[in-house]
Ligand binder design. Sequence first.
Ligand code: RB5
Length: 149
Amino acid sequence: MKIAIGSDHGGVELKAVIISHLYEKGIEVVDLGTKSSDSCDYPVYGEKVGEAVIAGQADQGIVICGTGLGISMAANKVPGIRCALCTNEFMAEMAKAHNNANVLALGARVLGEGLAMRIVDVFLQSSFEGGRHARRVEAIGQIEDKYLK
Ligand code: RB5
């Protein structure tokens, strides 16, 4: 499994912790930046991670900013991305099981490191249930198609 990860300056420290955590588990990670604590704009990194997932350069993505809000909004603008901002393990499980999320968003100023790590683990271990949820996820894609014309 390969994970694309990106953050703004607000998420750069948590990003480093998550990269080490994934590395210890033998999971390949592509760090798309930012690489410093200098102030930067979260949409750049939300888009980079979204594009990497859609291009097949990574299987799933993780995006982090201060709240997780702005970077999740940016990632969700990449057609085909279903980015879920999760603040607990239940949301992480459901984001996969019901919404087939392909990018996880975290808020570094919202979560402690321990909880963030658990959310990452649950997200990566969970899988899409399909069935009635497949129809609903497909309907999300149809909204995208409608406005992309
Ligand atoms: C940056 O200060 C902050 O606005 C950003 O990290 C994020 O929280 C935006 O949604």
